[in-house]
Design a protein around this ligand. Structure first.
Ligand code: ZN
Ligand code: ZN
Length: 170
């Protein structure tokens, strides 16, 4: 999967590199970093970034899954409700010990600006307009390749093995 950001007011477009990512020591069921696209002030481009929600956000998320199992949610929602409760509890445990703030996966820095959604609109660097994400699905999925492994603080330990041209294709 790859994503193209396109400004709605000018001709600015940008591809975003994405790949499968997991935290270490979470086998057999991996806890994955919560990945949102963001503007990185250091890289000066749209990047895939590790979003570290507040503990409160995660607790609200858990409450919302309990109250309205099938409602649409912003933080993450990939699982059937009973499984999502278990996963969210694991994220809560992780968050209690997590120190470092959200991080750019490209440069490892923390100066990232998130939209209100994982693939939400972001400000255009070329004009005053907004950029929208255009998601393109291409053959196969991330699961063909080994995921990049991160520490629970979001530091890269082992890079993934997906070829660069595949990650940037769309
Ligand atoms: Zn623009
Ligand atoms: Zn960066």
């Amino acid at each position: 999967m790859s994503v193209k950001y396109q400004c709605t007011h000018c001709d600015f477009t940008q591809r975003v590199r994405q790949e499968a990512r997991v935290y270490e020591k979470e086998e057999p069921k991996c806890l994955r970093p919560i990945c949102w696209l963001a503007w990185c002030h250091t890289c000066k481009k749209v990047v895939d970034a590790e979003r570290v929600p507040t503990l409160r956000e995660l607790e609200d998320h858990l409450e919302s899954v309990r109250l309205e199992p099938y409602a649409e949610r912003k933080l993450f929602a990939y699982w059937p409700p009973d499984e999502e409760i278990i996963v969210t509890q694991r994220y809560i445990e992780w968050r209690k010990n997590r120190v470092a703030p959200s991080r750019c996966f490209e440069c490892g820095g923390h100066d990232v600006l998130f939209s209100t959604a994982s693939y939400g609109d972001l400000p255009c660097p070329q004009c005053s307009g907004g950029m929208e994400a255009h998601i393109t699905l291409i053959g196969g999925s991330f699961t063909r390749f080994a995921a990049a492994v991160y520490s629970l603080e979001g530091e890269l330990i082992t890079p993934g093995n997906a070829p660069e041209e595949w990650l940037m294709e769309f």
